[in-house]
Design a protein around this ligand. Structure first.
Ligand SMILES: Nc1ncnc2c1ncn2[C@@H]1O[C@H](COP(=O)(O)OP(=O)(O)O)[C@@H](O)[C@H]1O
Ligand SMILES: [Mg+2]
Length: 271
């Protein structure tokens, strides 16, 4: 990534209504898949849309104050809620910090209360692995290969389920291991049954995210990191240390052909 590309990464705030109405090709955004999120403005000024179904499992990182929670709470969650009813979308939120996500605390979209501890996280992942297997059995019975075909066949008992873990490092380095095996199983095979994960952490080093776990995130999103070393840990390359404004990030995903693209935020709701 060159410096002129990074210069363009200044923050430009766009109202959320505007963000939902536009798509990269200028068509109305309403026609987009239920799992697609307009994540921000790419270096070319176009809205970048990332679809969980094409690019499952996002690893989000960045130093404290770089914009991770804002992105989760003000971009991902409201976008998906605006496109799906609570019968179509379920959220599971894990956040060991008790004060974030107040606006979602009583939401009907939440499958269970916001999870704060590694023990509760383990119970949830045990349940999720069982749920994933139950969903696969349903696909086999209906002779379809994924949740979208299952829905097209007229079934509505398989809501897309998004698992968001914020501040992963605060779950406790050693305790985290008690649910890591289940989390890896989910990461490896949950896409076809509509279960997706977003994990945010300040630094995805091996003590926080094991190599096997990290390898299963198809999408890397890196907000500002303090130096080139941390940028490499996050993205396998430098660049995230040069990001200027909170909310700007570098993304590598299927939609960018796994190349790094600098993205500026679309909205500033509740800042
Ligand atoms: N998209 C954005 N646009 C403008 N400012 C932002 C944006 N995202 C974050 N910020 C600013 O940065 C601060 C810290 O963001 P936050 O999401 O809490 O960071 P993190 O979760 O990485 O610690 C916010 O309170 C806000 O002032
Ligand atoms: Mg945060």
């Amino acid at each position: 990534m060159n410096d002129s590309e990074l210069d363009k990464s200044r923050t430009e705030l766009v109202a959320s209504g505007e963000m939902l109405d536009c798509a990269p090709n200028g068509t109305n955004y309403d026609g987009s898949p239920a799992t697609a999120v307009p994540v921000g403005l790419g270096s070319d000024g176009e809205v970048m849309v990332v679809d969980f179904f094409k690019s499952p499992h996002w690893l989000v990182s960045g130093m404290p104050g770089s914009g991770k929670t804002t992105f989760l709470a003000n971009t991902i969650i409201p976008t998906l809620i605006s496109k799906n009813t609570s019968d179509e979308l379920r959220l599971i939120i894990v956040d060991p910090q008790s004060d974030t996500y107040p606006e979602i605390r009583d939401s009907q979209y939440l499958l269970r209360p916001i999870i704060r501890s590694a023990e509760d996280c383990k119970d949830t992942f045990n349940w999720l692995v069982d749920e994933m297997e139950r969903r696969y059995e349903k696909l086999v019975q209906q002779r379809v290969i994924n949740v979208n075909q299952y829905k097209q066949a007229g079934h509505n008992d398989m809501p897309h389920t998004l698992v968001i873990i914020d501040n992963l490092e605060q779950l406790g380095m050693s305790k985290k291991k008690i649910f890591e095996d289940q989390a890896i199983r989910i990461l490896q095979k949950s896409k076809a049954v509509g279960i997706f994960m977003v994990v945010a952490t300040r630094r995805p080093s091996v003590d926080v995210v094991s190599g096997l776990m990290k390898a299963n995130f198809a999408t890397r999103i890196s907000f500002k990191h303090k130096d080139q070393i941390d940028s490499r840990v996050a993205l396998d390359q430098t660049g995230a240390e040069k990001l200027e404004k909170p909310g700007n990030f570098i993304i590598k995903c299927v939609e960018t052909d796994l190349k790094p693209v600098v993205v500026r935020p679309l909205s500033s709701i509740d800042l």
